[in-house]
Design a protein around this ligand. Structure first.
Ligand code: G4P
Length: 535
């Protein structure tokens, strides 16, 4: 990624080779399962971060993650999603960040459109938690292959065999352990690396700041009093293997099998094994389906799609960044690309790789890479971009909102700014915007997956558009699309109402799922359909 544009070799073999050495994935987990710790550990072990000065932990992280907005600074959370790029064993790992907070947002789901696989992180003491389940559902709906990592094995937790059963039941995939822990949760001594048929003793070095020391163990040569946990690990892993079978790449890529690893990210235990597994088994970019022309070959001229748009990231110069996932060809900074939706050209003078606050200029990127296009005010989530051969990638699905609030400009004199702001937030996909004649243009309904989206919207309307806005939450909790063939659609009904998107699509909103039953009984001509992915 350091070549200058003129040196770039775009012949098909080079593009295929570069794509083949890329793994683009996200870590999905419930808050606190250890996503940031694991990401840091991956970075540490792949040497992207120098050993010196690296410590895991929330306090040290404040300085390294994005803190572009007041909300984020106050809470110490990362609202932005960017991609971290690491190189390990000559493979480029693009870790696409999924914002992690209890109030997560549509972005969390959308970034999954940009990945080729996911690492599902589970806290060994808590098992499956609600947010993991939701993100898992999005991955499953897209057939994204998933590697499962059971984290925090250094702390007391659930039983390994029980967790494996749970993974099988919850994911509907066959769990196939590739590493097995030696010692119960809380007494993590080592791992059986089932791929390499190795037993490895692990030892923490320097409080999480360095790779764990790994020593090969010959289980059969151990003293009887030391051998217990090792023999048990060997027996248990053998049991699972005989009932669940061994790893099969096709089954994994079809999301029917999930490899499972055990780790303690905070101690860097099991993390180098994960890196190896990402390199050896995670899929590299493959031809991406397109709307009109079948899958786009990797070596076709440059193309990609925008999976996230973010504004106001840098408070010193307000800017918009559109995150582009490259699907084919080579991207060179400075190339002029066309936006399929508008037919307009877009000059990529400012292309960056963004992680938190630091930006690095990107000169060249290949399929699987994520590029942040700065000053991209014309780009929207879902836009397809190409250099020469036009392509239209499938839309990024909308997700079914669960929260609804009426927005009103606090100062009626600033209605124009308010409307401009609402339109912009809608374009960027910060919130979904629904309107109705009954409510009028002055009081649109904002719809979201997480409450944080409302806070971001209100803050940006106030600061960026100078339109302080009040938000009154409505008691609705779910939405269904009203099929266009529907007859006799009412404006309002018991326990809900009909609202419209800017493109005219009608959406029925309800207080709870029981109201849907009443509605369909009262309005037999109306056909309701679920919105977006099943989450
Ligand atoms: P998140 O991004 O998924 O929200 O989780 P994060 O990495 O912030 O980890 C949440 C907490 O769990 C942190 O503790 C972190 O140190 C701890 N943790 C992560 N992985 C492991 C692990 O493998 N073993 C153990 N024992 N702990 C782990 P915290 O108390 O919230 O922060 P800090 O005081 O440790 O910085």
């Amino acid at each position: 990624m350091t070549e200058s544009p003129s040196d770039v070799d775009t012949d098909p073999d080079t593009v295929r080779r570069e794509a083949g050495r890329r793994r683009t994935f996200a870590v999905i987990s419930h808050p606190d399962a250890g996503k940031s710790t694991l990401t840091e550990a991956l970075a540490l072990l792949s040497r992207a971060i120098q050993d010196a000065g690296v410590t895991h932990g929330k306090s040290s992280r404040h300085a390294t993650v994005s803190d572009w907005m007041g909300i984020e600074q106050e809470r110490g959370i990362s609202i932005s999603s960017a991609a971290l790029q690491l190189t390990y064993r000559d493979t480029v790992l693009n870790v696409v960040d999924t914002p992690g907070h209890a109030d997560f947002s549509e972005d969390t789901y959308r970034v999954l459109a940009a990945v080729d696989s996911a690492v599902m992180l589970i806290d060994a003491a808590k098992g499956f938690e609600p947010q993991t389940v939701k993100l898992l559902a999005v991955c499953k709906a897209r057939n994204i292959p998933i590697i499962t990592v059971i984290n925090k094995w250094d702390r007391p937790g659930l039983d390994a065999l029980g967790l494996i059963d749970d993974v099988g039941e919850r994911t509907g995939m066959t769990p196939v352990p590739l590493t097995w822990p030696v010692g119960i949760a809380g007494e993590f001594q080592g791992l059986i690396d089932l791929r390499a048929s190795r037993a490895i003793a692990l030892e923490a070095v320097g409080a999480g700041a360095q790779a764990a020391a790994e020593t090969d163990v010959d289980i059969d040569a151990l003293e009887p009093r030391e051998a217990g946990a090792w023999l048990e690990a060997r027996e248990e892993s053998g049991l699972v293997e005989s009932s669940n079978g061994s790893f099969d790449r096709e089954e994994f890529e079809a999301a029917r099998q999930t490899p499972v690893l055990f780790a303690a990210a905070a101690k860097n235990f099991g993390v180098s094994q994960l890196l190896d597994i990402l390199v050896d088994v995670a899929p590299s970019p493959s031809p991406r389906p397109s709307k009109e022309a079948g899958p786009r070959p990797i070596e076709a001229p440059m193309s990609g799609f925008v999976f996230k748009v973010q504004a106001g990231q840098d408070s010193s110069h307000r800017d918009h960044i559109a995150y582009l996932r490259i699907c084919s060809g080579s991207f060179e900074r400075g190339m002029v690309i066309t936006n399929q939706r508008t037919g307009k050209p877009f000059a990529t003078k400012y292309a960056h790789r963004v992680l938190g606050r630091s930006r690095e200029v990107v000169d060249t990127a290949w399929p699987g890479d994520v590029v942040g296009l700065v000053n991209a005010t014309s780009l929207r989530v879902g836009d397809s971009l190409f250099s020469e051969q036009p392509v239209r990638f499938p839309d990024i699905p909308r997700f079914s909102p669960e929260l609804f609030a009426v927005a009103r400009a606090k100062d009626p004199g600033r209605y124009k700014q308010f409307r401009r702001g609402i339109d912009q937030l809608e374009h960027e996909g910060v919130v979904q915007v629904l309107r109705s004649d009954l409510r009028g243009d002055q009081a649109p309904v904002l719809a979201a997956v997480g409450a944080l989206q409302f806070e971001v919207a209100a803050e940006r309307l106030g600061t960026e558009f100078s339109a302080p806005t009040s938000l009154d939450q409505l008691s609705y909790t779910l939405a269904m699309r009203v099929s266009p063939e529907s007859q006799g659609v009412p404006e309002t009904f018991r326990g809900g109402e009909i609202l419209f998107r800017a493109d005219g699509e009608a959406v029925a909103v309800f207080g709870d799922k029981w109201k849907i039953g009443h509605f369909t009984k009262d309005n037999p001509g109306v056909v309701l359909e679920p919105i977006g992915a099943a989450v």
